[in-house]
Design a protein around this ligand. Structure first.
Ligand SMILES: [Fe+2]
Ligand SMILES: [Fe+2]
Length: 393
């Protein structure tokens, strides 16, 4: 038997319908229905597959929207009045490209995007454009109704300003950590400390502006490996401190320890630091001098607390005494240092380096769980939700 809503047109990946039986509309509560009726306007669907598009178009039609035709070879959809629904599952590169570069990017307040298998990188790319309504599922009639009823331009404006704030914070952090290491190399530790203290606010802005999986991707794209590592450890340490409910003051303490943990690397030759492969024993010995060198630079400086200098010296020590530079163990390793060690190892594992593929957040955490007796077991357990929140699958 033919489907009653036969005038449905499917052209490649673009679907539209002019039917409006309002079946779903009747099931909705009055408030939602009134909101929807105010929004009622032409609507078009861009779908990754025709079946996804036809399902979404029928739902739109049920909700009382009048679908207007839109195809990639047609004039731009009327987004000043209409709504655009974007629906995909795999978000394959071609489709993602269409989505990221379509005419709707100029009027995001009228676009709702659905995708049930949006990976971290796809979400990050969409988020970068500032899509205000991204739903990580395929549309259902009720979900669609609720989102369309509440979609309003002020949300889109807020979203776009959050994206702008995040972009600015991410750029400040990247140039700031470049500057930090430049100042340390030049021996101007006082200015480096002032730089680090100022950077705290940019990290706060970044953490507040997006999910961890997203800002991690931003930091992982930093060009300079040292800036990338310093920023990753600092951001993860802040996340850890927040997760443990630390006061603002204690968050700063952990942040400063993270920001300065590898300052001693300025004394390690670039040929060792940036070597695209495993280090030989002599190179490893040189690399390992960074812990003691960092301590020597920081200790006794009035602007840096002793615990920050200690974290720089001890962050490669293990509780079972198998770490370096001194092989100290147990209680001689402070809580702050234990936290920095966890953040440092996690960051190193998920980092992109020329000679190794990055591990996923879950793989990194599993590796750390297997490091018997080396890391603080209680802190590592407390780190579990942090690692999970960094996961992009
Ligand atoms: Fe280190
Ligand atoms: Fe490190």
């Amino acid at each position: 038997m033919a489907h009653p809503r036969s005038p449905l047109r499917i052209t490649d990946n673009v679907v539209d319908t002019d039917q409006r039986p309002a079946v779903v509309l009747e099931r909705l509560d009055l408030e939602l229905r009134l909101k929807l009726m105010r929004q009622a306007a032409p609507a078009a669907v861009l779908a990754e597959r025709p079946d996804l598009g036809s399902a979404a178009a029928l739902m739109l039609s049920d909700l009382g929207f009048i679908a207007a035709p839109w195809r990639s070879d047609a004039p731009e959809p009327d987004l000043d009045h209409g709504l655009m629904l974007i629906v995909g599952d795999r978000f394959a590169p071609d489709f993602l490209n269409d989505v990221l570069n379509g005419p709707w990017t100029a009027r995001l307040d009228r676009v709702v995007l659905f995708g049930d298998r949006l990976g971290g990188r796809t979400l990050a790319a969409l988020d970068e454009i500032g899509f205000p309504f991204i739903v990580k599922s395929l549309p259902t009639p009720e979900r669609l109704a609720s989102i369309l009823a509440h979609a309003d331009p002020s949300t889109a404006a807020l979203r776009q300003s959050a994206v702008a704030r995040r972009t600015a914070a991410a750029a400040e952090i990247e140039t700031g950590s470049d500057r930090l290491f430049g100042l340390i190399r030049a021996g101007d530790l006082g200015a480096a400390i002032a730089e680090a203290k100022g950077a705290f606010n940019h990290f706060e802005a970044l953490l507040d502006s997006a999910a961890a999986a997203h800002w991690l991707t931003i930091i992982q794209s930093y060009h300079d490996g040292t800036a990338q590592h310093c920023s990753l450890v600092s951001a993860i340490a802040m996340l850890f401190a927040r997760g443990l409910g630390f006061s603002a003051g204690d968050q700063r303490r952990l942040f400063e320890a993270a920001h300065f943990h590898d300052v001693g690397k300025v004394h390690v030759p670039l040929s060792v630091l940036d070597k695209p492969g495993a280090l030989d024993p002599e190179e490893r010995r040189v690399m390992e001098t960074h812990a003691r060198a960092g301590y020597d630079m920081l200790v006794g400086n009035d602007a840096v607390s002793g615990e920050v200098a200690e974290a720089a010296r001890d962050h490669h020590e293990y509780l079972d005494g198998t770490g370096y530079p001194y092989g100290i163990s147990g209680r001689r390793i402070t809580d702050i240092t234990r936290m920095i060690t966890i953040c440092d190892i996690f960051a190193a594992l998920i980092e992109r380096r020329a000679y190794k593929a990055p591990r996923t957040a879950r793989q990194a955490y599993a590796i750390m769980q297997s490091m018997d007796g080396k890391l603080d077991a209680t802190l590592l357990r407390a780190f579990s939700p942090i690692a999970e929140s960094c996961s992009s699958d």
